[in-house]
Ligand binder design. Structure first.
Ligand code: SAH
Ligand code: DHB
Ligand code: MG
Length: 224
């Protein structure tokens, strides 16, 4: 089936999510630097764009930039005076991402902050950078529940929160997993089941990437 999923993904991206030169260059640069391409797929990037437009996003927060592939999809969904802030722990990746955003002509709409997300998130709150209309969580997996709680703090009713990689090839079904990444997303998914003030689901994702899933949540009202 994986071959079919890949072909259908290419069919969809060919019709609705073609990669332009800037996006292709991001993937080329990752390869040149020997960095594993764990960016979202083109079709997933387009899904992020659709969601950003659906909530009329002007301000977007991203956790985990890598080469800014997803950042480009998101930044293209916000108006000229809109902004995407993306948090990246690895300064080498951040430098590549900044170059990619500049080459994509998106410098004015984007800002990459270097540091661990759990260190940077309180600073965003202090400087009242929020509320963000959309938050895309795609950094390291063990602190996913904490990232989601921060996303709630930095959101408003109507904000959309998306979290990538919450199914992990179905490994989330293994209650005895010792993989900290699996445990992190299991904790998030469990937390969501009892979280009030949001409407959330998980979309399974197949295609050219590994079988996985994305949390898609809308904030109904602020709690705490
Ligand atoms: N969103 C990107 C892919 C991100 S991959 C895209 O789809 O194009 C995950 C990224 O999170 C990596 O670049 C990794 O360096 C970064 N990361 C890992 N731990 C982090 C942390 N604690 N804080 C911020 N970024 C982190
Ligand atoms: C990994 C991280 C991701 O964000 C992703 O989309 C795929 C894989 C990883 O850490 O292996
Ligand atoms: Mg991911």
């Amino acid at each position: 089936m994986t071959e079919l999923f890949e072909k259908v993904d290419q069919y969809i991206s060919g019709l609705l999510a073609p990669e332009d030169k800037a996006l292709q260059q991001v993937l080329r640069r990752l390869e040149e630097h020997g960095i594993e391409n764990i960016s979202v797929s083109a079709v997933q990037g387009k899904l992020l764009q659709v969601l950003a437009k659906a909530c009329n996003a002007q301000r977007i927060l991203e956790l985990g930039t890598l080469g800014a592939y997803s950042t480009i999809w998101l930044a293209r969904a916000v108006p000229q005076n809109g902004r995407v802030i993306s948090l990246e722990a690895d300064e080498r990746y951040a430098a590549i991402a900044r170059q990619n955003l500049e080459d994509a002509g998106l410098q004015a709409k984007t800002e990459i902050r270097i540091g661990k997300a759990l260190d940077l998130l309180p600073l965003l709150e202090q400087e009242k950078a929020g509320p963000f209309d959309m938050i895309f969580i795609d950094a390291d997996k063990p602190p996913y529940p904490e990232y989601f709680q921060w996303a709630l703090r930095l959101s408003r009713p109507g904000s959309i929160i998306v979290a990538d990689n919450v199914i992990r090839n179905g490994k989330v079904l293994d209650a005895n997993s010792s993989d900290e990444r699996v445990k992190g997303v299991q904790r998030l998914n469990m937390y969501l089941s009892s979280c009030t003030g949001i409407t959330a689901t998980i979309l399974q994702t197949v295609g050219e990437k590994e079988y996985d899933g994305m949390v898609i949540a809308v904030v109904d009202h602020k709690t705490a």
